[in-house]
Design a protein around this ligand. Sequence first.
Ligand code: NDP
Length: 296
Amino acid sequence: ATRTPVTVIGLGPMGQAMAATLMRAGHPVTVWNRTPSRADDLVAAGATRADTPADAVAASDVVILSLTDYPAMYDILGPVVDDPRRVLAGRVLVNLSSDTPDASRAAAEWAAGHGADFVTGGVMVPAPAVGTPAAHVFYSGPKAVFDAHEPVLRPIGRPAYLGEDPGLAQLFYQAHLDVFLTALASLLHATALVTAAGVPAGDFLPGALDLLTDIPAMIGDGRELARELEAGEHPGHLSTARMMGATADHIVRTSQRAGVDLALPDAVKSYYDRAIAAGHGDRNWTALFEVVRARP
Ligand code: NDP
């Protein structure tokens, strides 16, 4: 049986990896990229090069977009709207580019206005992991449309469908990256702290990474924490906001002494300060949630 043709628009590292993965899965793949040379390797491997975005859209019912952000989608597809063939009508656009949930929602409306179905996604692994068992992708948008095309999308990475709201995939993407980027920044800050004291980074970093993987053993798999946060319960007296806040203060002062940047530890300390000021000092550290969830 011939497999569904797929178009991939946007051939940065991610789009190239997706197109190659779909070709390996047996799909005829059409590609287009603003900088044409980025398609060369894929074309050499059997992909079809579209000369224009309209030709790329016309080539397949399923059109995957992998662009820097959503404005790039309008730059590319805006002119396509004027094509007399009305190529967007009846297509499924799967936008796997990063942007805000609001940008995803606006784009879904824009697509609907041109007769296209719109599925949004966030790919949760870097390009070398696309198409491997480690890859997983958050999707949102119309369930029936997602279900109908899930088999085509599956080779890219294990799909996790979140719901009809087109903003959900990017909401989850941004929330995961919130954890990821903050953890990465903290690793660099902490490394700066120890190296400023003359300690080799190699003496520190492996243990720091062990700490990251030990977190579930300390706080569980997230289910109980989720229940407590939603209920506004912050039980326990072993890791109170007051105790953790004192530690946050020690980190700021050690950073000051070391001459390293203070932005990150100051931000963490401010959460504890405000939680304590709001009367949460003797509650579990999770009471920070009461401060974080409501912007002053
Ligand atoms: P790149 O920035 O390398 O590629 C972006 C693509 O967008 C290129 O094809 C580029 O074209 C195109 N593009 C950008 N702006 C425009 C525009 N105004 N008009 C036309 N084309 C445009 O990104 P990646 O491939 O690394 O990532 C793609 C998406 O995937 C991003 O949203 C990123 O956040 C997300 N992502 C990336 C991961 C990664 O590890 N790289 C991991 C998970 C998600 P051109 O080649 O001509 O510049």
